[in-house]
Design a protein around this ligand. Sequence first.
Ligand code: ZN
Length: 162
Amino acid sequence: MPKHWTWNSFLRQFTRDQEGPIINGRHCLLWTGGIGPSGYGYFNINRQRWRIHRYIWVHYNGSIPNNLQVQHHCDVRHCGEIRHLTLGTPQDNSNDMVQRQRSWHPPHIYGDNNPRTKIKSRLRKRIRIIKQKTGFSERTLAQIFGISRASIHNALNEQDQI
Ligand SMILES: [Zn+2]
């Protein structure tokens, strides 16, 4: 963190994921700083540790109501794009995750023969781009995507099927 913290210096620690999906008109805005064990981006300011998506939310909206969480439409936990953030309850979040898993997350991402090869290669590509842009370890990427480290390793090293 620079000595004189500014909003702009904060923003410079993000990179736009140009290759990823467009959600609500924008690509993900990926945090390139610290990532916690649960896959969320964080930073310290005024001796307080903030998750970056919560900080972005408060910057634009003023506060986070009690009992609500700031959640990601994009499922990318280190994304700070305000258009990808929404307020919800923990229950909303798990319902959403189930919904999304049904709609576009393949149940088995690698090494199977189901007809979702296109989705698989898109996800693979996304993992590679994020790796390239951030240099995150396979362990961190596994946390971010919520999949095993072995799957991340495969995504980074295997060829796409055509
Ligand atoms: Zn996002």
